[in-house]
Design a binder for this molecule. Structure first.
Ligand SMILES: Nc1nc2c(ncn2[C@@H]2O[C@H](COP(=O)(O)OP(=O)(O)OP(=O)(O)O)[C@@H](O)[C@H]2O)c(=O)[nH]1
Ligand SMILES: [K+]
Ligand SMILES: [Mg+2]
Length: 432
C-alpha cells in the first residue's frame, strides 16, 4: 500500500508574515494541481491563487519538488501562505478534504531517513538545530546534522569490516600458507579500535552536557550568602535574601549562557540539621542537587568558620568561594574572595565559571556522541571488542567482530532500524 500523503505547518504556529505548509507523499502533485491549477516547473517559486470548491483560499508562492530531489526524497510541495491562522486552517481543511492527512511529529524527517536522504544521527542533528539555544549548541548540532558523527561511524565500521574480512579469510583458509600471525594482528588492531571508541565515550559526557545544558549548584551553610550570589550572577533578584538563616528552602534556578554553554545555576537551602520538616526537605533537595550538578560552587562566608557539611562536598568539580569578602579574607585557602555588597571578585568568579563550563561542556573538534543512545551503541561495540581479545577460537573472534559491527551501525540506523526509529523520531515536534 503506498504511503499516505501528509501535510504539516513547517514554520512556527501563530501570526506571521508567511506560513510554510509542507506536503509530502505520492499524491503531492495531484493536491497542488487541485488547489493551484497546473503544476509549476520543479523547484521554481511560482505565485498562484489557491482555490477549493470554487472558493479562493489565498494567493501563495508554491514550490513543487518531484522526488527524489526533495527533503523527504518523495514528491513534495511547499505552500508559502499568508501567515494568518485562518488561512492556514482553510488550506489545511482543503488538503484533508482532498485526502491528505496531518503528519505525525518528525514524520517528514523520518521519511527522509527511510528514503536514505539522511542517517539517524543527521536526523537528530536537525532536531538539535531546531532546539539549539546557544551558539555552541548550534555549532554542535550543525556539525551533526551535516554528518559529522556519521562520518566517524563510517570510519569505525570500515575498520571493523576489514578486520572481519581478514578474520574470515583466516578461518576459511586456515591450513593454507597464510601468514600465521594474521589472527594475532586482527586482535591487536581490534584492541586499538576499542581504545579509540573508549576515548569517544570519555568525550561524550561533555558533548551531552553541551546539548542538554550544564548544571551548576550553589551550596553552603545557612546565611553563607548563596542567594545573594545567585542574584548577582543572574543580574536580577531571583532568590529571596534575608539576614534570617534558613531563608531558602526550594531550589531556585536561573538560566545563564557561559561562553556559549547553556547553564542552569541553582541556589539551594543552607546545609544544617534543620529544626522543621520543611527546611529539612530543603536540605535534602540541596544535597540531591549537589549530587546531580556537573559543577558545585561551595560558599564559605568570611565571618563564619568553614562548616563540615559544605567542606565534605569538595572535589575536582567544586569551586570554592570566600563570600562576604568585605568582612574579611576567605576562611579557606584557595577560596575566591567575592563580595556581593561591593562587587569585588564577581568578574573573576564569572571568568572562572566560563573556564569551567568550557572544560565540562565545551566544543571539541571531532563530532561527539551527544545522546545516551549513541553512548549505548558505542559501549556495546567496546564490550564486544573486549570480549574478542579473550575469545579462545577464531570463529568466536569473528562473531565478536560481527556483533560489534551491528552495535556500531545502530548509531546511523543502518541495522535493526525499527528498534531505534521510534526512540529518535518520537522526540520531534510536529511538522519536522
Ligand atoms: N557584608 C556582606 N553581607 C552579605 C553579602 N552577601 C550576603 N550578605 C548578607 O548575608 C545575609 C544572608 O544572605 P543570603 O544571600 O540570604 O544567604 P543564603 O546563604 O542564601 O542564606 P540561606 O538561604 O538562609 O541559606 C543577608 O543579610 C545578606 O545581606 C556580602 O557579600 N557581604
Ligand atoms: K538567609
Ligand atoms: Mg538563600
Amino acid at each position: 500500500m503506498s504511503p499516505d500523503t501528509v501535510f504539516a505547518l513547517a514554520s512556527g504556529a501563530g501570526r506571521a508574515a508567511v506560513a510554510v505548509l509542507r506536503i509530502s507523499g505520492p499524491r503531492s502533485a495531484a493536491l497542488l494541481e487541485a488547489l493551484a491549477g497546473r503544476l509549476p516547473a520543479p523547484r521554481m517559486t511560482t505565485l498562484r491563487r489557491l482555490r477549493h470548491r470554487g472558493e479562493a483560499l489565498d494567493r501563495a508562492l508554491v514550490l513543487w519538488f518531484p522526488g527524489p530531489g526533495s527533503f523527504t526524497g518523495e514528491d513534495s510541495v511547499e505552500l508559502h501562505l499568508h501567515g494568518g491562522p485562518a488561512v492556514v486552517a482553510a488550506v489545511s481543511e482543503a488538503l484533508a478534504d482532498l485526502g491528505a492527512r496531518p503528519a505525525e511529529p518528525g514524520e517528514f524527517t523520518r521519511r527522509a531517513f527511510l528514503h536514505g536522504k539522511l542517517d539517524l544521527t543527521a536526523a537528530e542533528g536537525i532536531a538539535d538545530l531546531v532546539s539549539a539555544e546557544t551558539e555552541a549548541q548550534r555549532r554542535q548540532a550543525l556539525r551533526q546534522a551535516e554528518g559529522g558523527l556519521a562520518t566517524r561511524e563510517a570510519a569505525w565500521t570500515g575498520q571493523l569490516l576489514r578486520l572481519l574480512a581478514r578474520q574470515e579469510a583466516f578461518i576459511e583458509f586456515e591450513d593454507e600458507d597464510l601468514p600465521h600471525d594474521l589472527d594475532i594482528r586482527v586482535t591487536t588492531e581490534a584492541a586499538a579500535l576499542r581504545r579509540e571508541l573508549e576515548a569517544s565515550l570519555a568525550e561524550s559526557a561533555r558533548e551531552e552536557r553541551l546539548r542538554e545544558g550544564l548544571s551548576i549548584a550553589i551550596l553552603g551553610a545557612p546565611n553563607a550568602g548563596k542567594s545573594s550570589l545567585l542574584n548577582a550572577l543572574a543580574g536580577h533578584e531571583a532568590a529571596i535574601v534575608s539576614a534570617r538563616a534558613g531563608t531558602t528552602r526550594d531550589v531556585v534556578e536561573v538560566r545563564l549562557v557561559l561562553g556559549g554553554v547553556p547553564v542552569t545555576l541553582a541556589d539551594t537551602a543552607g546545609l544544617r540539621e534543620a529544626s522543621d520538616e520543611i527546611e529539612a526537605e530543603g536540605v535534602h533537595r540541596a544535597l540531591a542537587r549537589a549530587e546531580r550538578a556537573a559543577l558545585r560552587l561551595l560558599v564559605f562566608a568570611a565571618d563564619t568558620a568553614p562548616d563540615a557539611a559544605t567542606l565534605s562536598l569538595r572535589d575536582e568539580d567544586a569551586l570554592l568561594v570566600g563570600s562576604k569578602s568585605d568582612l574579611g579574607p576567605p576562611v579557606l585557602a584557595g577560596a575566591l574572595p567575592v563580595s556581593t555588597t561591593t562587587g569585588e571578585g564577581l568578574p573573576l568568579l564569572r571568568a572562572a565559571l566560563e573556564r569551567e563550563a568550557a572544560r565540562l561542556a565545551g566544543m571539541n573538534e571531532a563530532a561527539g556522541l551527544t545522546r545516551p543512545r549513541h553512548r549505548a551503541a558505542i559501549g556495546e561495540a567496546v564490550s564486544w571488542l573486549a570480549h574478542l581479545e579473550t575469545a579462545p577460537l577464531p570463529e568466536l573472534r569473528a562473531e565478536a567482530l560481527r556483533a560489534a559491527l551491528r552495535a556500531l551501525s545502530r548509531l546511523t540506523g543502518r541495522v535493526d532500524v525499527e528498534a531505534v526509529l521510534d526512540q529518535v523520531f518520537g522526540e520531534f515536534c510536529i511538522g519536522k
